[in-house]
Design a protein around this ligand. Structure first.
Ligand SMILES: C[S@@+](CC[C@H](N)C(=O)[O-])C[C@H]1O[C@@H](n2cnc3c(N)ncnc32)[C@H](O)[C@@H]1O
Length: 325
């Protein structure tokens, strides 16, 4: 199976994947008394990824899960058929002794077979990564993973999902917006989000309020409809200060809450330095392209990391408390 062209990732993806790399071993350490630990990746991505500007190889989520130490005992990697074959070839070559399934197809359909296969170990601590681009993952899929563990379990599967109101508003207002809005309704499992969309369409709320309300609605649903004890979110911000997406975490476990809170603050501390570095590298790329600078003269400084507390947990609010709801 031929490898696809590597995907170029920006600093916000590097920052997101660093959280994943730091969280997975901590999750497995906290769950080490369990003989089984499950990782489900609803959107596993491509085998080859590189960092924008630096061209550095960047491991995607499947590799980070497979390299977690302590590790998971079962891994399911869902991905569209166009990428799944090359991803599987690459992972089998790189991790010949690991137990994993690459599951080709739309994760909203394949989730049933994934969960059926894992059913005998459904009592095990489970981490689910829902790394979507805009609104591809149906709420019913999120609901299924949240109900996967037996009702007698003290905790549900942990869910870490990407929520991107910035991508949603692009699709919801561009050409083809009718079909796209239906897709977004599938991803929320309700049309409630349209109340936020209409408030934005009427300019009753700002773009930044829209993004916060859209993420808050997902958190409210995770917490009140699916019953998660704790949810957190952290924005991942572009150089123009727009939150491109938020990483939303849902857990029933105090350890999950504590570890992710710590890692969200670390990610918030890394972000300004990563942003500054990206700006410098972009400027240098322009100078190289115009012949003012040689590629060999470029030095890539390590991004600075702040020591301040830059992220704190905040509860979600009741969306219908807004006057425009
Ligand atoms: C943001 S990327 C995931 C990146 C990956 N988690 C990583 O860390 O490298 C989203 C991926 O989802 C895949 N995808 C899109 N729709 C999908 C669907 N309905 N089911 C499964 N995969 C899908 C895309 O092919 C793409 O590779």
């Amino acid at each position: 199976m031929s490898e696809r062209t590597p995907r170029e990732w920006s600093y916000w993806t590097v920052n997101k994947l660093q959280i994943l790399s730091d969280y997975l071993p901590a999750f497995n350490k906290a769950a080490k008394r369990s003989d089984e630990r499950l990782y489900i990746d609803l959107m596993a991505g491509q085998a080859a990824n590189v960092e924008r500007y630096t061209g550095k190889q960047l491991a995607g989520s499947p590799r980070r899960a497979l390299e977690s130490d302590p590790g998971f005992t079962h891994h399911a990697f869902c991905e569209l058929p166009k990428n799944a074959g090359a991803l599987e070839d690459n992972l089998r070559r790189t991790y010949p002794h690991k137990t994993f399934d690459v599951v080709p197809g739309d994760c909203n359909s394949t989730i049933d077979s994934v969960l059926r296969r894992l059913k005998p170990v459904s009592w095990a601590p489970t981490f689910v990564f829902a790394d979507q681009q805009a609104a591809e993952i149906h709420w019913s899929t999120i609901e299924k993973v949240s109900r996967f563990k037996p009702t007698t379990s003290r905790t549900k599967a942990e869910i870490w999902m990407l929520v991107s109101p910035a991508m949603v508003i692009k699709g919801a207002t561009g050409s083809g917006h009718v079909r796209f809005r239906e897709r977004v309704s599938m991803s929320y499992g309700t049309e409630d989000w349209l109340r936020i969309q209409r408030a934005r369409d009427r300019k009753t709320i700002s773009g930044s309020e829209y993004r916060r309300e859209m993420v808050n609605l997902i958190r409210k649903q995770l917490s009140e409809d699916l019953g998660y004890a704790v949810t957190h979110s952290i924005p991942m911000t572009m150089q123009n200060e727009t939150e491109l997406y938020y990483m939303v975490f849902a857990t029933d476990h105090i350890a999950g809450d504590n570890i992710m809170s710590y890692l969200y603050n670390k990610a918030a501390q890394r972000e300004p330095g990563m942003m500054k570095q990206a700006r410098q590298l972009a400027a240098e790329e322009t100078r190289i392209e115009s012949g003012q600078l040689s590629f060999l003269d470029v030095e890539i400084p390590d991004p600075e990391v702040s020591g301040e507390t830059l992220w704190r947990p905040e509860p979600h609010w009741e969306p219908s408390s807004r006057p425009w709801w």
